[in-house]
Design a protein around this ligand. Structure first.
Ligand code: ZN
Length: 200
């Protein structure tokens, strides 16, 4: 959680710094395009500047649960950040294998808080395998995670099944969360528990 730093004290500037930090971690900087929306970004940056640490702590708790499913040397070195992803790219989460550590970006506005962990599990599996593909190695990693975290394993190992697994619910308005319109999100969020601790 240290790659995105800001020394500024007002919430808007902190939020804007955060978004520019995300751009530097994204495979394609324009994946984080809200910085170019001069009017729309104000409310979003201000909300980020105040709340993003609490959101990222929840995502990181899910990453820790994923780590617990693997032996230490099987755990990918990664960081996770909540990120408003540009709708044009039609992705809810991404795994950038080219940064060190690997970066997971999760659009917590597009996915209901109760399902954030499910998206983390999917992207974590990409990081664990070290590949963006939905192939047998990915299926093995994802199945292992699901079993360890108490989720049903993928019902099939074909690409169409794997690329949207585990399934999650989309929010009606992906920007509502980022504008602070879902203030009760902490009551909705769940962290996946490691029901089967493999490592220790
Ligand atoms: Zn995928």
């Amino acid at each position: 959680m240290t790659l995105i730093l800001t020394t500024r004290t007002d919430a808007f500037s902190r939020g804007l710094d955060y978004l520019y930090g995300l751009r530097s971690l994204a495979l394609i900087p324009d994946l984080i395009d809200i910085v170019n929306d001069r009017e729309g970004r104000t409310a979003i940056c201000t909300w980020i500047g105040t709340h993003i640490d609490a959101v990222n702590a929840q995502l990181d708790a899910n990453v820790q649960a994923c780590h617990a499913c693997f032996l230490p040397w099987e755990q990918p070195s990664l960081q996770v950040f909540a990120a408003p992803l540009a709708p044009a790219f039609r992705v809810d989460g991404v795994c950038n294998l080219k940064t060190n550590p690997i970066t997971l970006l999760i659009d917590v506005g597009r996915v209901l808080p109760a399902d954030w962990g499910r998206l983390v599990v999917h992207e974590y599996a990409h990081a664990q395998v070290g590949s963006p593909g939905h192939h047998p190695a990915f299926a093995r990693s994802l199945t292992h995670l699901c079993l360890g975290l108490g989720l049903p394993p993928p019902p099939a190992a074909d690409e169409d099944t794997l690329k949207i697994y585990p399934p999650y619910h989309l929010a009606a308005d992906s920007l509502a969360f980022w504008r602070g319109a879902i203030p009760d999100w902490p009551d909705q969020v769940t962290v996946l528990g490691a029901s089967l601790i493999v490592t220790r």
